[in-house]
Design a protein around this ligand. Structure first.
Ligand SMILES: [Zn+2]
Length: 243
């Protein structure tokens, strides 16, 4: 087996990366030695045809060398045919993995239970891991918001908003659009809109848009845009103050 040791190691490492080994594959003897159970040995023996094909050229070469040394005058070759002689046979052998009857079981990476789907965990383990995953996602979210790029972006947005408040002139806006009217007629209609549509029209973050939808009163400069967004108009009243 030594000439094909790299192939065997690659096979084992690849297998270990894909799935955990089952506890039932091993048992420990009284002296502490760890042994393979017969069921696991039987499973592993299914890989024998693959190793046989890989080791065949080496075995064949070795046999021919012995044969040659014994009959140094003769150029005859032993009629050994361990390796495929025809192109057709070579083609079939080239993909030993495909031919291999050995199939790795699809098991949960946490508990080793057999699973049918392509997921990495069984249902029970996935359920247990969900809170852990949420905590990790939240942690990553916090890390991202502290990055210099995110802080620079927040600072730029803050500047734009401050400037907009400075530039805002109440006389440019309709007189009928009062705080009471906003609370009574416009705000209740905002809940039917999506956060993203509100955010896009106002040029604010989705989380701030969500707060506005849920009742936070935005700066008055946003009221007219929100009135249009919910389809509210007061045509009977003058829409603008005389300038
Ligand atoms: Zn599991």
């Amino acid at each position: 087996m030594e000439p094909i040791r790299p192939e065997v190691d690659a096979f084992v490492l690849d297998w270990l990366q894909r799935e955990p080994l089952l506890r039932s594959y091993f048992f420990e003897e009284r002296d502490g030695n760890c042994r393979l159970t017969s069921s696991f040995a039987s499973k592993l023996s299914e890989t024998a045809p693959m190793w046989a094909r890989l080791v065949a050229p080496v075995a064949e070469w070795f046999t021919q060398q012995i044969h040659k040394s014994r009959t140094s005058q003769s150029r005859s070759r032993l009629p050994v045919q361990l390796t495929p002689a025809t192109r057709q046979e070579k083609k079939v052998t080239s993909n030993v993995e495909r031919e291999l009857s050995f199939r790795r079981a699809n098991v949960c990476v946490s508990c080793g239970k057999k699973i049918h789907s392509r997921s990495t965990n069984c249902d029970e383990c996935a359920k247990e891991k969900r809170p852990e995953r949420m905590i990790e996602v939240a942690r990553l979210g916090r890390v991202v918001t502290l990055l210099p790029e995110a802080q620079a972006k927040r600072s730029a947005t803050q500047k734009v908003n401050t400037q907009a408040v400075w530039d805002w002139n109440p006389t440019d806006y309709p007189t009928w659009l009062t705080s009471d009217l906003y609370s009574a007629k416009i705000q209740p209609r905002l809940v039917s809109l999506s956060c993203s549509s509100v955010a896009k029209r106002l040029g604010v973050s989705v989380s701030y848009a969500d707060q506005i939808r849920k009742g936070r009163v935005p700066h008055p400069r946003h009221w007219q845009t929100l009135a249009k967004l919910v389809g509210w108009s007061r045509n009977s009243k003058p829409c603008c103050r005389n300038r």
